[in-house]
Design a protein around this ligand. Structure first.
Ligand SMILES: Cc1cc2nc3c(=O)[nH]c(=O)nc-3n(C[C@H](O)[C@H](O)[C@H](O)COP(=O)(O)OP(=O)(O)OC[C@H]3O[C@@H](n4cnc5c(N)ncnc54)[C@H](O)[C@@H]3O)c2cc1C
Length: 438
């Protein structure tokens, strides 16, 4: 009986394990928590969402939305459970993180094919078919072992987490419920600031102390679409007002006044007692975070239940190490999945776990592996990370720029929504055609 070893019971590892189990393949799933902590995870549950509770859009004309539709076509097991754990968040797909991880943990613990082992894996055995899904916070000894196995250097960037507050501590004399442009209900809590309040907020922010990075981390690189607010603020006083604190489409119906800046809060759990600060990831010292958050009028009494923190985010040099099937070039027995491959984001991590799970099942059954077409979002992503021609490789999330362009009339191309619709339909068609061949 051929058994597969999966290292890491996070988003990618859990999806991969369930895919293998679906194909009647036995799995040893290793998860080091709670014996060894990562520094970012807060529970001992599997498939924990470490920061924001949002997976972005489900809309087919959105790149991340298309990826989710492709995952449905490919039979993702985590995605339907994400929908079961959904909390209201306007156009975004957001979940109760605790509930979701509990459901995945139960599913895996009760699965006859999966043997969950709570232990840190420190060595690699290339004789055992394995999926390495140990994530951006892979333990040190395993990191070293992977580095030796791949014979090339690790890459890394920094990622920060946004704070969470208790809803009961929000002052609703200043705050109001509304989705931007009134789209799809009133799920977000908005905390407005006038010019004077914003300038005060900005001054506190740029003068606040940050948590000191370790010496080897001094030249920290950040992921451009997830920058800490203090890094954004250092680019100019208005950068935040055109970014996460933009006020457009958010007018309080009670005052009908334009706001100068707005901090949005998104529901974080099913009972709606906790809210996270959207786009507010930060590495300020905790006292400084408290002072900054309390300078926002609606949050002057805020009770912060989780502070923002920053973490080193490790990924392998996939262009030198992986095929678009997620199989390593060094050993056919070894596959990689999740953020460690450079597929950036929750949805992308689950998607690569899904592909690695499917391909490992096919490998065990001596079937040809899936190499998805670059007209699909997942195919484009896996080709992007394994493409050898990058001058400098950085993680990539789903976006229209990586999929094959459409050969259509120029005027057609100007209509972004229509173009994305055509791209999305082409993607799903090509995925179905490709899968039908197997
Ligand atoms: C601080 C931080 C904040 C982030 N915020 C967001 C966000 O807001 N939105 C977003 O889309 N993405 C975010 N990401 C990126 C990414 O989507 C998540 O990290 C995601 O959880 C990655 O999924 P994964 O399965 O690859 O890794 P993980 O979900 O981290 O799972 C890896 C698992 O492997 C375990 N493990 C590690 N080493 C070993 C070992 N040696 N033996 C056994 N088990 C091991 C870990 O304990 C962990 O449970 C963030 C990343 C970080 C680091």
């Amino acid at each position: 009986m051929q058994k597969v070893k999966i290292i890491g019971g996070g988003l990618a590892g859990s999806e991969a394990a369930l895919q293998l189990a679906k194909n009647n393949i036995y799995v040893d799933l290793y998860e080091m928590r709670p014996l060894t902590e990562t520094g970012a995870h807060k529970t001992d549950k599997l498939a924990e969402f470490v920061c924001s509770n949002s997976l972005g859009s489900y809309d087919l004309t959105n790149a991340s939305g298309l990826l989710k539709h492709e995952m449905e076509e490919l039979g993702s097991i985590l995605l339907p459970i994400i929908f079961e754990s959904k909390v209201p968040a306007g156009g975004a797909l957001a979940i109760d993180r605790e509930l979701f991880s509990q459901k995945i943990t139960n599913l895996i613990e009760n699965n006859h094919y999966i043997n969950l082992i709570r232990d840190e894996v420190k060595t690699l055995d290339t004789n055992i078919p394995s999926i390495i899904a140990s994530g951006p916070l892979t333990s040190e000894s395993l990191s070293l072992e992977i580095k030796n196995f791949l014979e090339n250097d690790y890459l890394y960037f920094f990622d920060a987490i946004a704070p969470i507050i208790e809803k009961d501590s929000i002052d609703f004399n200043s705050a109001f419920y509304l989705n931007r442009y009134n789209k799809g209900g009133a799920d977000y809590i908005n905390c407005p600031m006038n010019k004077e309040e914003y300038e005060n907020f900005y001054n506190i922010l740029i003068n606040s102390e940050r948590i000191e990075l370790k010496s080897f981390e001094k030249n920290a690189k950040f992921f451009e679409s997830c920058l800490p607010i203090e890094v954004l603020a250092s680019r100019g006083i208005d950068t935040l007002r055109f970014g996460p604190l933009k006020p457009v489409g958010l007018i309080d119906s009670r005052t009908q006044q334009d706001n100068y800046a707005v901090v949005q809060l998104r529901q974080d759990n099913m009972s709606a007692s906790l809210y996270n600060l959207v786009g507010f990831q930060t590495n300020l010292k905790w006292n400084a975070q408290k002072e900054l958050i309390k300078s926002i009028p609606a949050l002057k009494n805020a009770n912060i239940v989780r502070y923002g923190v920053m973490h080193r985010n490790t990924f392998i040099n996939s262009p030198k190490s992986l095929n678009p099937t997620l199989q390593s070039r060094k050993s056919k027995n070894i596959f990689f999945a999740g953020q460690i491959t450079g597929t950036e984001g929750y949805t992308e991590s689950i998607a690569s776990g899904l592909l690695a799970g499917i391909n490992m099942s096919r490998y065990i059954n001596h079937l040809p592996l899936l190499e998805l077409p670059t007209t699909t979002m997942l195919g484009a992503l896996t080709h992007y990370i394994s493409f050898e021609g990058h001058s400098s490789f950085q993680p990539m999330n789903s976006n229209w720029g990586i999929v094959d362009d459409l050969i259509i009339d120029k005027n057609f191309k100007k209509n972004k929504k229509l173009k994305n619709e055509l791209l999305a339909n082409r993607s799903l068609d090509s995925l179905r055609t490709y899968l039908n061949k197997f």
